[in-house]
Design a protein around this ligand. Sequence first.
Ligand code: TXA
Ligand code: MG
Length: 335
Amino acid sequence: MDSNLLKAIEILNNDGIVGMPTETVYGLAGKINSKEAINKIFATKERPFFDPLIVHVASIEQAKSLTSQWNLASEALSQEFWPGPLTLILKKNDSVSDLITSGLDTVGIRMPNHPLALDLIKTIGVPLAAPSANKFGKTSPTKKSHVDSEFESEEIFCLEGGSCEVGLESTIVKIELFESNEYSIQLLRSGRISIDEILRVLEKNKIKFNLTQAISKIEAPGQMKHHYMPNKPFILVNDLANPTAIYQKISNSLLSLPDQIEGVKIIKPKTIKSHIELTLSKEPFMAFREFYSALREASNSTADIIVFVRPDYFDLPVWTPLNERINKAASLKVD
Ligand code: TXA
Ligand code: MG
């Protein structure tokens, strides 16, 4: 077996945590039956305990072992989309601690589509809890180097699994089964797998469901107003034809911006001398893949601010996952 994989296994078996590549973003993984490891995940990420973790499995059997209500809908969706970027929220059983689910009676489960992650989980024989491997509220990592720089002082060991193919976090769907045998389906986070694709699979399997709107705060992960934020002000603009005028508007708005937004610090320049423009592919799935990496690169540049000219086609449904993340990552929007 590969020596890095062996090292990761040894760390995990000693109640430690490791950086784990997946097809969406890199995760910060620990064994679900190690209280010490789970506590380390929250401490290392500086993540509040009210934000629950996703549990990663290597087989459908393993997923079933975590829930008290595996049902026709979870069977159909996992058969269709796993391994892949879909997290299912289901009723948990006692094998999943309250620490992982933040006291909720449900657990988020997914089977990642990355050979190293699957190898790791299979060899360990225990599911791995893993949030994205970034400090709370900050930009998600899509390369090992991102994880290494994020946790430089914590010296987290991270497996090298290349650039993440999907590049945005998994779609999260909550499934509830009522006594009437009807299902309620809720989209809690958009991602590469669209809600239409999900509903089509349920229909194909003749499953009766209601699509309900997500309302609650914790139930909707990225639903904090800000998330994925880089260290520099990231500003959405309609055009960049006259940078000087834009700088003026941005400077005025920056004055009223706090140094910290929802607990996340941003470094505000005293005066704006230069900007860097974030540019993304016009092909949506390619843009998903590029986004977090491009945002980090821009944040590491010498420019004072990052600007993004929001294209009109972002209103098309296929762009929803990226559009939502860009809105949350932005510190300001300037007309
Ligand atoms: O693609 C992904 O999902 C990545 C990779 C590493 O698998 N993971 C990820 O984890 O994005 P994280 O912790 O950054 O985001 C997971 C979100 C959390 O914000 C949390 O609110 C939500 O999932 N979540 C987890 N368990 C939940 C539950 N039982 N009910 C509602 N939301 C839940
Ligand atoms: Mg995250």
